[in-house]
Design a protein around this ligand. Structure first.
Ligand code: HEC
Ligand code: HEC
Length: 294
């Protein structure tokens, strides 16, 4: 009997040592990835300078960027969890604590279109894989507007990954959140359909805004940003939107609130943009709801 116990004890001890070794390895590997300077080929742009393009840039920045970087683009805390990560959406202005003064045109493109920060770090959560679909003109408009922002003085903590965040990054599951790993960095700029209330233009909005990040690649429903407990509904005519009209879509877009669906950003879209989105969604094949993840 004693011998059996010793034997079992030995196995348990070996397993504990193995688990610690695996943890240590993934912790180390996560740290390597997070500290690495990511070098990507950047095709730079000339930031927009004329009034019409800057006005478009201001609109796009308000719709696409302000939810995370703040209405004044001075940044805000996003994750504050010592074990997982401390992550601000950085201050994008030239003010104290802002990165604006350190980014040239190529630096802006590297961050927005390639998911790599001013110091070469792989950006986490910043939705660059969707912004990689912006046309050259739209990217130039956004960057031109952001480069001309009035400075906001706001110091935020440095990004820091805790032991859990580091280990999950090293082991794999968190890598989904680093767009630099999923972008085709040498792809040419997208050619964009003319702005208008068409399904084609709506598809461009969905592609650049990232509706599929939550509603699934085929938009028939999905775990929000990969989190299975928050399910984003089917947006094809096979789901609940079959009962909606274009007008009810516009009304909902302007009045709904919610924690996970970015209604605040969608509400800033013009009627033309919302009509385009609606017509795009209505043009999709009617798919049954994707099953929620087990
Ligand atoms: C879902 C939230 C979210 C949205 C929307 C978003 N960002 Fe970000 N962005 C972040 C976070 C978080 C970081 C910091 C990531 C890190 O440090 O790992 C970041 C980083 C950046 C950086 C890099 C700054 C640096 O320190 O090097 C730039 C530039 C930037 N964002 C611009 C934009 C622009 C332009 C838009 C709109 C087109 C936008 N962001 C939309 C969350 C967001
Ligand atoms: C960050 C994740 C996320 C993104 C990005 C996102 N959604 Fe959602 N969406 C949700 C969640 C979660 C819900 C369910 C909760 C709610 O209705 O507020 C939802 C609900 C909706 C609804 C209401 C459906 C119903 O049956 O009531 C519509 C319409 C919608 N989204 C359209 C869009 C469109 C169009 C886009 C892109 C422009 C988009 N969403 C981007 C997460 C997201």
């Amino acid at each position: 009997m004693k011998r059996v116990f010793r034997w079992v004890g030995g196995i348990v001890a070996a397993l504990v040592v193995l688990a610690l070794a695996a943890f240590g390895f993934f912790y180390w590997r996560g740290g390597q990835f997070l500290a690495a300077v990511h070098d990507v080929p950047v095709e730079t742009i000339a930031p927009a300078a004329d009034e019409a393009a800057l006005a478009r840039g201001a609109h796009l920045a308000a719709v696409y960027c302000a939810d995370c970087h703040g209405e004044d683009f001075g940044g805000q805390p996003m994750i504050d969890d010592a074990a997982f990560a401390v992550l601000p959406a950085p201050n994008l202005t030239r003010g104290r604590g802002g990165v604006g003064g350190r980014l040239d045109a190529a630096g802006w493109v590297r961050a927005v279109r390639h998911g790599v920060g001013v110091d070469g770090r792989a950006l986490f959560i910043m939705p660059s894989e969707y912004y990689a679909n912006f046309s050259r003109e739209d990217l130039a408009a956004v960057v031109g507007h952001l480069m001309a922002l009035p400075p906001v003085d706001r110091e935020l903590p440095e990004r820091r990954f805790g032991p859990v965040g580091r280990t999950l990054t090293g082991a794999g599951p968190l890598r989904e959140g680093f767009p630099v790993l999923r972008i085709a960095h040498d792809a040419p700029f997208a050619v964009v359909p003319p702005i208008g209330e068409t399904a084609e233009y709506g598809a461009y909005i969905a592609r650049t805004f990232g509706c599929p990040a939550c509603h699934g690649a085929n938009l028939a429903g999905g775990p929000t940003h990969g989190a299975p407990e928050i399910f984003s509904p089917n947006l094809t005519p096979g789901g609940p939107l079959a009962a909606w009209s274009e007008q009810s879509f516009l009304d909902q877009a302007r009045s709904r609130q919610g924690e996970h669906m970015p209604w605040r950003a969608v509400a800033k879209m013009t009627d033309e943009e919302l009509q385009a989105l609606w017509r795009y969604l209505a043009s999709l094949p009617a798919l049954p709801n994707n099953p929620p993840p087990a």
